[in-house]
Ligand binder design. Structure first.
Ligand SMILES: O=C([O-])CC(=O)C(=O)O
Ligand SMILES: [Mg+2]
Length: 582
């Protein structure tokens, strides 16, 4: 008979795990600070913890509790009262940036409460701690922050990056999100001020994917900036020099990647975020074979879009192979999505991938990518240079290709004009239109424009959040095709299986799991993504599917393989529950 042990889940419900599974609760990383809900049944004497970690935001609650300890049931006080009070405070602020700053203060001051709030109010707070407000915060980062978050590693630290990493107080790191700030969302080069992005992404790793906060490390590599405005800004927080390039840049990155592996081992997930195209593809290709790396903008975005397209087939009764795809933008997101679509069509139809790529067309700043341009194209665009006469504009390309799916990833706002959307709607009963550029100001069109110009017929989703739109008496709800659906669950799946490399099939697995989470009720509203309110459940399914694929591919090292991977994923997820004090 198999041995079992009783567990208490984050929501208080008991669940039973196999002994083997229980032995690796928390993804196998030691729960140094008692963040796991697995330890929350144990009574803790507050002063022992507070002496040890009195300055730590995770235990700020302990200080508060001294005042209340005899008077109230602490959990009730801290959960219900404090949470309501702080949400109420946050709602008082008029500007999203003020809300962002209040939430960052909370994250610094009382980390558990911050995560509790974020998890319980995810749809309301996601646009604040993440896209689009995080974009504005990055633009103003130098002037709004008194206490920096994350770890900055600058060119000045060349030769001693390992020492710098050792300065970070946490030892058991599972996920690093790193940027060099060169392409922050669609806002361009924000240099060191890009730190808001790794900080925000990792907050989502914890809130949406359940990776423990202490296991997350946000890093900004300061290699200079080419943003003249920042170079002349007295509040700019980074190096005042132009960006390092070529060999200097490559050597710096090499030292960083080696230092990470030396310090944290082989199983730390390194997520590249918002690097410029000219570095992102090379870094992924170079380190994909030696490190556990994932590029969110290439691979995460691809996986979320593929999920939406698979789900959309239910609304239009087709298969991926039935479509013709046109992209505006041939950078990381555009080519990353295109390649994953081609891979999935090839998997479904057994046709060679080269054939499947022919269904996909890309437009860049010089027009349609066609074979006559091949010689001058950057390497990541070459697979998309098909035979066709040159076409200059997006509108002409829409007329020439007659796509069924139009995807915007160029980082430029208002490029899906009325003419473009009307053309799409003239030869498609239900045109699929995805305006993916972030933040809101860079969106290719708004939800209102998409629905009114298509006369309510578009199957529409965006990278940044948009409110529902009423058109012709019907409410249309635009989905948010943002990689936030994927990376938290994907990362959890990688970490909990102890995967040592990321494989494309793991991205397909993530995509498949997300598409399966779209319900009939969601479809009825025209949605091709489930709501974020269920994201932790969704993340557990994504993690389980990714982990299953990692085991199947022989890339997982955590043994034995848990039998029920969804239950195991849930058991690994951090829940911000206060501990009980004597
Ligand atoms: O951060 C987001 O909202 C999505 C993303 O990765 C990007 O736009 O670069
Ligand atoms: Mg990004």
């Amino acid at each position: 008979m198999e041995s079992t042990m009783k567990e208490i889940r984050g929501d208080g419900a008991p669940c039973v795990l196999d002994m083997d599974d229980a032995a690796t609760v928390g993804g196998g990383v030691e729960d140094t600070y008692g963040e796991d809900r697995a330890t929350e049944e144990q009574l803790v004497t507050p002063w022992t913890v507070s002496v040890a970690r009195f300055d730590d935001p995770q235990y700020f609650c302990v200080m508060n509790q001294f005042e209340y300890v005899c008077l109230y049931d602490l959990n009730v006080l801290l959960y219900r009262h404090q949470e309501r009070k702080i949400m109420n405070n946050i709602r008082q602020y008029q500007l999203p940036l003020q809300k962002y700053m209040a939430l960052m203060d909370l994250q610094e001051g009382n980390e558990r409460l911050f995560y509790k709030l974020l998890i319980d109010n995810v749809e309301e707070l996601l646009p604040i701690v993440y896209t689009p407000t995080v974009g504005e915060a990055c633009q103003k980062y130098g002037s709004i922050f008194s206490r920096p978050q994350g770890l900055y590693i600058s060119l000045k630290e060349k030769g001693k990056i390992l020492e710098v990493l050792k300065n970070w107080p946490e030892r058991s790191i599972q996920v690093i999100v790193v940027t060099d700030g060169e392409r922050i969302l669609g806002l361009g080069d924000l240099g060191c001020q890009g730190m808001g992005i790794p900080v925000g992404k990792l907050a989502l790793y914890t809130a949406l994917g359940g990776v423990r906060p202490s296991a997350c490390l946000p890093i900004t590599l300061d290699v200079g900036t080419n943003n003249e405005e920042l170079l002349n800004d007295e509040f700019y927080i980074g190096l005042r020099q132009r960006r390092a390039t070529g060999q200097e840049y490559a050597e710096f990155l090499q030292e960083f990647m080696s230092a990470v592996k030396q310090n944290y081992g082989e199983k730390v997930l390194i997520q590249f975020e918002d690097f410029a195209n000219h570095n992102a593809f090379d870094l992924l290709a170079k380190y994909g074979t030696t490190h556990l790396v994932f590029n969110d903008d290439i691979q995460g975005t691809a996986s979320v879009v593929l999920a939406g397209l698979v789900a959309a087939q239910k609304l239009i009764s087709g298969t991926l192979a039935d479509h013709k795809y046109l992209f505006l933008g041939a950078g990381e997101a555009g080519t990353g999505i295109a390649e994953l679509i081609a891979l999935e069509i090839s998997r479904q139809t057994k046709a060679p991938i080269e054939e499947c790529r022919k269904k996909i067309w890309l437009v860049d700043s010089k027009g349609l990518i066609v074979s006559s341009r091949k010689e001058s194209l950057q390497h990541f665009k070459k697979p998309w240079a098909h035979d066709h006469e040159p076409v200059g504009s997006l509108l002409d390309a829409v007329h020439a290709i007659k796509p069924t799916v139009l995807i915007g990833t160029s980082g430029k706002g208002q490029t899906f004009t009325q003419d473009v959307v009307e053309a799409m709607s003239s030869f498609n009963e239900k045109p699929i239109i995805l305006a993916l550029s972030n933040p809101t100001s860079q969106s290719e069109c708004t939800a209102e424009q998409a629905y009114s110009w298509s006369k309510g017929r578009a199957v529409f989703a965006t990278g940044s959040p948009f409110d529902p739109v009423e058109y012709d008496g019907k409410i249309h709800v635009p989905g948010q095709a943002n990689n936030a659906y994927i990376f938290p669950g994907f990362g959890l799946g990688v970490v909990m299986s102890g995967a040592i490399r990321v494989h494309d099939n793991m991205l397909l697995a993530a995509s498949e799991a997300l598409a399966q989470q779209v319900t009939e009720e969601n479809f009825e509203k025209g949605l091709i993504y489930p709501p974020f309110s269920n994201i932790r459940k969704i993340s557990a399914h994504i993690a389980a599917n990714v982990a299953a694929k990692a085991y199947e591919l022989g890339l997982a090292t955590r043994r034995p393989r848990p039998k029920d991977l969804v239950k195991y994923a849930e058991s690994c997820m951090y829940s911000p529950v206060y501990r009980n004090y004597r």
